[in-house]
Design a protein around this ligand. Sequence first.
Ligand SMILES: [Zn+2]
Length: 342
Amino acid sequence: MKAFQLIAHGKPGKFDLRDVPDPVPAADEVVVQVQSCGLNHLDLWLEEGGLPVKIPLPRTPGGEVAGRIVDLGASVQGWQRGDDVAVQSNLFCGECEFCRRGEESLCLRGQLLGVQRDGGFAEKVVVPARALVRLPAGVDYDTSAALTLAGSTAMHMLTDRAQVRPGDWVLAMGGASGVGSAAIQIAKVLGARVISTGSSEAKRDLAKRLGADFVVDTNQPDWPAEVRRITEKRGVDLVVEHIGGEVLEKVFDCLARGGTVVTCGATAGREVRLNLWPFFVKQHRLIGSYGRNRADIEKTLEWAAAGKLKPAIDSEFPLERAAEAFARLHSRQFLGKVLVIP
Ligand SMILES: [Zn+2]
């Protein structure tokens, strides 16, 4: 089969479209014929060698897989050849104390698909059967590949790690990003008033089309002042943050008393300064969020089937042009998800 593999780290990294042996499933694994696979910032970190774990190369990236089962290991039950599936990309052991209580995002033996083992930028991928989620009727492969990683990350942030009450103000950072585009829609379904951000007019327009009530231009140096103006100086109850660096420092200026920042990423920097005085005086919370639980990805796909959550798709690239997909994500001009179609 063909696989799009990273053979040397860099920016850009060195990739090669290679012929590799078809994957053979272990007893508890299945082989999925990949129909669509979303690209995420995690793939860029792998490309650059910017992850805090050492990854042996070559490696096939791609964690946001949608496809069809074509082969099953001997002990797999409940699945058949031809079943349409999404894959929970934070692979989990299913046995540790956290997995046993349904918190796979905290698994002690977790692995990332497309990082610690070969992912979906290939014609086929082999994954543990327990990571499969059935695609509901009406959810096509592209919708799944555009929502299951980023969308379920947002679902985990907004409905598991933090809570949204009807009428709350929610600031969803980066409305044209995978997490941001889903966060806007989820917050609206939960009854929130939503502010989103974008660094270009096209990105802010997308955020509005996805349901944001207000949009803020983050090119303005004091853009948090605009958030305070919109909320009549009150500030927002929840910030959905995934950018990190200086942006994470600034979102505290957008928070109401008792407000919460939930964060799942740090594309703009992993170390931040936190002014503790307003943090404790205003009783703010900072909550980390990582991956998703099975319940989050199931809910994401259910909401997609019900039309409550729609994918924002920027572009699609065939496997042989996957390097262009990486370049597109690097360009920061994208509006929604970038997909690779093997
Ligand atoms: Zn576990």
